[in-house]
Design a protein around this ligand. Structure first.
Ligand SMILES: Nc1ncnc2c1ncn2[C@@H]1O[C@H](COP(=O)(O)OP(=O)(O)OP(=O)(O)O)[C@@H](O)[C@H]1O
Ligand SMILES: [Mg+2]
Ligand SMILES: [Zn+2]
Length: 225
């Protein structure tokens, strides 16, 4: 149905201080955010993840939820992204997706969900034809908001290290916000730490560009809720 406000033109004319100014109609904003939502690449399993259906069970989860909501409210005026780390099934990807979705839906800005392991596979297959590697890399390097999911779940290779370092360095120097999720530890108590798997240069940049938030709780996948 044709929009009643702009009669389908997509534009409305407003008079400000005696000057006529063309403004994009609200219907265009809604159309655009629908397109962006499709392009965001949110995985099917996570399509219903919202802030309102995230039920924090531990103080860690509550803090993570608050950090994400706060980030979304301020977006795009945010100084830092977020790094969520912790054991499997504690809601890191859920929160990252909910934040991304809100930014795209309510702020009308572009964002991309990128599974790090999937990205490496896409980059590998790009050498066999498909989209070019630089096109793929550019799409994640330059997007307004990037969710980099499950960093560290891939095999340990110098190549994977280089790709992560490349993305992180680009977004760091361009001050573009990134939300990262990982099982690797950012403290030095036990388990494999981020710096062991990657390197100090990348870790140092992440500390500067992200709020580091620990997410602990029980593994939701094990109880099926
Ligand atoms: N606090 C929560 N409230 C509601 N649902 C949750 C919560 N925590 C996790 N879930 C749900 O549990 C499932 C697993 O969560 P999720 O995939 O976000 O875990 P994760 O921390 O990213 O795990 P991994 O480290 O293995 O990637 C998802 O379906 C998610 O929606
Ligand atoms: Mg996850
Ligand atoms: Zn309209």
């Amino acid at each position: 149905m044709e929009c009643q406000i702009c009669r389908g033109t997509g534009w409305i004319i407003e008079e400000i201080d005696g000057r006529r100014i063309a403004k994009r109609c609200r219907c265009q904003f809604e159309r655009l955010s629908k397109v962006y939502l499709k392009e965001a690449g949110i995985p099917v399993r996570y399509r219903n993840c919202r802030f309102k259906n995230f039920n924090p069970e531990t103080p860690y989860q509550l803090k993570a939820l608050k950090t994400c909501i706060n980030f979304f409210s301020r977006f795009p005026y945010v100084n830092r992204g977020i790094l969520l780390y912790g054991p499997p099934g504690t809601g890191k990807t859920h929160l990252a997706v909910a934040t991304l979705r809100n930014v795209v839906e309510y702020k009308g800005l572009k964002g991309i969900f990128c599974d790090f392991r999937g990205l490496l596979i896409d980059l590998k297959s790009s050498y066999e034809g498909k989209a070019s590697a630089s096109e793929i890399l550019d799409s994640v390097r330059k997007v307004h908001l990037l969710v980099l999911d499950d960093v560290g779940a891939e095999r340990n290779t110098d190549w994977a290290k280089d790709i992560l370092s490349e993305i992180v360095n680009y977004r760091y120097t361009q001050s573009l916000p990134t939300i990262i999720t990982t099982n690797l530890r950012f403290d030095d108590i036990s388990g494999e730490t981020f710096v062991e798997k990657f390197d100090e240069r990348t870790e140092s940049r992440i500390y500067d560009m992200c709020q580091i938030v620990k997410v602990e709780g029980h593994d939701r996948r094990k109880v099926g809720v």
